[in-house]
Design a binder for this molecule. Sequence first.
Ligand SMILES: [Zn+2]
Length: 113
Amino acid sequence: MIITCPECTSRFALQRESLGVTGRFVRCARCLHIWFQMPADETEPAFTPQPTQNPVSGQLPSLSMDFKPKNRLWTTAMTLSFVSMAVLLALVVKKDWISTTFPQTGVYYQKIL
Ligand SMILES: [Zn+2]
């Protein structure tokens, strides 16, 4: 299949299988832009180059597929902060239940709240 960089409109030949079923991040070899590429829709008509035209796939640079997305650290940090906020919120909302169930926590609640 042929994919197009949304940033610089460079086109790349790509094995559909390398995207898997759910797609994956790819990086443009020309402008280094990273985007998530879904495998082409099966209902899309197959790309058939005309014999009279130059086939584009022969001169296309290869895409680099072995890299880690830049935002993985950011995603992890966001997940951790979201979980922390959820725990803190639960501690505040369920204050009465927690202090009744675990009476020893009442001392800490008195200091904090
Ligand atoms: Zn590009």
